[in-house]
Design a protein around this ligand. Structure first.
Ligand code: FAD
Length: 361
């Protein structure tokens, strides 16, 4: 296993255990990094990269937020399974793809971030014509792959700057298409490293909403609390401590050239309507039934409103941009203010689409 460290760490690597002695913060220094010590016997088997004190601003599209105590980027799916089998039962685990729908609070994340982008990258055409796509593959790559194989229906993925894992978790969609419409089966893993296949029938699927049916009761009893994602208003499959590692997707046979033209047109629409020159996380709020969050926010005169380095975009009112030095607190306070003003002026509750995790500073 490769042990990497953040630039802020001054000590040299002296193998896994020595690197594991880096503590989360000075006030809460731990004498020993339990994860590193538990994983140590596996270090010859593990091929991924374990890093300590990793600024999540590097792994989130908002380019803001605190530090992850540990981050593991597996080498591939087999390596991920070995890692999970060695993971202490009480270790908090956060799955992150491209961080394009994620705000990590300034106090950071205790536990381990599993970074799947750049890790689970397999993408192949199956004999039955379906596409096997691992969770770390970016949506844009999937769209190009489908077009290359003369498949239609993946074009919408091109403009979603997340991974297929994140798209499954969010049921990401745009321009009339949604991720789960294309899913034949998914491959999931639980924290013990057990793999299983599931079908869409195992999930309750809606607008930016995916919940495993078996988990609905468990979450309300607080299983989600343990997952570390409980601060989000949107349930996710982590309440079962299961996450997506791959999916088999079905697209229609068609003309790849037309698919490429469609991708170009959709990307053009985004450039025209979204503030892509500044760090952001796409639409912050889900659209309320029959209306648009952006319209309500604009109607309330909030376009351009600023808190610290966070600003409601002038170009698209449902985007909050980082104008340069926004903290996660600036962004979260901006989210709260938009919610409060819209509630006060229209009586409508806006619910965040973005996931907010981690500790306050
Ligand atoms: C400019 C911009 C435009 C956007 N446009 C759209 C759009 O048109 N439509 C849309 O729906 N979204 C859009 N988004 C939001 C975002 O890109 C999507 O939600 C995307 O699916 C998130 O993927 P990710 O890999 O970045 O997930 P992350 O942000 O890394 O994670 C998001 C959530 O998914 C969970 N997750 C990630 N991977 C997995 C996994 N493998 N298994 C289980 N859970 C997992 C995480 O734990 C977290 O709770 C946009 C974002 C930006 C910045």
């Amino acid at each position: 296993m490769i042990v990497s460290k953040d630039r802020r760490q001054k000590t040299e690597d002296r193998g896994l255990v020595a690197a594991g002695r880096q503590s989360f913060d000075k006030d809460a220094a731990e004498p020993f990094d339990t994860l590193s010590s538990v994983l140590c016997p596996l270090s010859s088997e593990l091929r991924g990269t374990l890093s300590h004190n990793v600024p999540m601003s590097r792994h989130t599209s908002w380019r803001a937020g605190g530090v992850a105590e540990r981050m593991y980027q597996p080498a591939d799916l087999d390596d991920l399974l070995v890692f999970l089998r060695g993971l202490p039962a009480d270790e908090q685990l956060y799955v992150v793809g491209l961080g394009s729908n994620l705000l990590v609070r300034d106090g950071g994340l205790r536990g381990t971030v599993l970074l799947l982008h750049g890790a689970l990258c397999e993408l192949r055409l199956e004999d039955d014509g379906s596409v096997y796509c691992e969770a770390g593959v970016p949506g844009a790559k999937l769209a190009r792959f489908a077009a290359l194989h003369n498949l239609r229906g993946a074009e919408f993925c091109a403009g979603i700057p997340g991974t297929v894992g994140g798209m499954l978790a969010m049921n990401a969609g745009c321009y009339g298409s949604e991720t789960w419409e294309k899913v034949l089966r998914v491959l999931v893993v639980d924290r013990s490293g057990a793999l299983r296949e599931r079908t869409p029938a195992d999930y309750e699927i809606g607008y930016r909403h995916v919940t495993r049916i078996e988990d609905r009761g468990a979450r309300s009893e607080g299983v989600g609390e343990r997952s570390g994602f409980s601060q989000s208003s949107i349930p996710d499959p982590r309440s079962s401590e299961e996450f997506f590692v791959a999916a088999w997707l079905k697209f229609e046979a068609g003309d790849g050239d037309i698919a490429r033209q469609e991708i170009k047109a959709l990307l053009g629409k985004r450039i025209a309507s979204q503030p892509l020159n500044l760090p952001n996380a796409g639409s912050v709020f889900r659209n309320p039934q029959g209306d648009h969050a952006a319209r309500l926010i604009q109607q309330c005169g909030l376009k351009g409103r600023r808190i610290g380095g966070a600003q409601v975009s002038e170009k698209h009112a449902n985007f909050i941009v980082n104008t340069g030095k926004a903290t996660a607190a600036d962004i979260e306070n901006m989210i709260n203010e938009v919610q409060a003003v819209v509630q006060q002026q229209t009586g409508i509750d806006l619910h965040p689409e973005v996931r907010i995790v981690g500790e306050y500073k």
